[in-house]
Design a protein around this ligand. Structure first.
Ligand code: HEM
Length: 151
């Protein structure tokens, strides 16, 4: 539907998708409930996040900046993830849980917007983590911690 792509002047950046702060918080809280209970992701979060309310507030600010352009987040996501013991498996699980949650809680256009950002950011984090661990990935190649590096 073409008219959905046109936004009236002054409308909020998330306007045509229905994304707002309340939707972001529901998505983030539900996602972290699943991620913390997950056998692969749970232990990583447990080892690195001490104050969950502070973390959730930061992640909400992050998604608010990304989808609503509010500028509420100023942080360094890449630097935070570089030391984490994660690879393609973790990112695939993260994206699967995030997508399952977004599709359940958000209208389709909003879920699509969240997923487009999440996939792009996950890819760049995975690339950064691989490089940080001495692996230069070829285009489309995934990072596996247990695979011997060829470079
Ligand atoms: C393998 C999947 C992932 C794991 C296990 C993971 C884990 C973590 C952990 C443990 C922290 C806290 C780090 C610290 O405070 O020292 C963190 C922070 C954060 N994560 Fe992730 N993450 C993953 C993927 C992602 C993705 C795909 C995004 C974005 C789409 C994301 C966005 C963030 C942001 C914005 C922060 C806050 C960084 C800051 O302190 O400013 N993460 N993550």
């Amino acid at each position: 539907m073409m008219e959905q792509n046109r936004r009236p002047r002054g409308a909020s950046p998330g306007g045509d998708t229905g994304i707002d702060e309340a939707m972001i918080e529901r998505l983030v809280r539900t996602f972290y409930g699943k991620a913390r209970a997950d056998d692969l992701l749970g232990p990583v979060f447990a080892a690195h996040v001490a104050d969950w309310e502070a973390h959730i507030a930061q992640i909400c600010a992050f998604w608010s900046s990304v989808t609503l352009k509010t500028g509420r987040y100023s942080g360094r996501p890449m630097a935070r993830h570089l030391p984490l013991p994660v690879d393609a498996r973790h990112f695939d699980r993260w994206l699967a849980l995030f997508e399952e949650t977004a599709r359940k809680l958000c209208p389709p256009a909003a879920a699509a917007r969240f997923m487009a950002h999440a996939r792009a950011i996950a890819e760049s984090l995975e690339l950064g983590i691989a490089t940080h661990n001495g692996r230069l990935l070829m285009r489309g190649e995934r990072y596996r911690m247990d695979a011997p590096g060829r470079n």
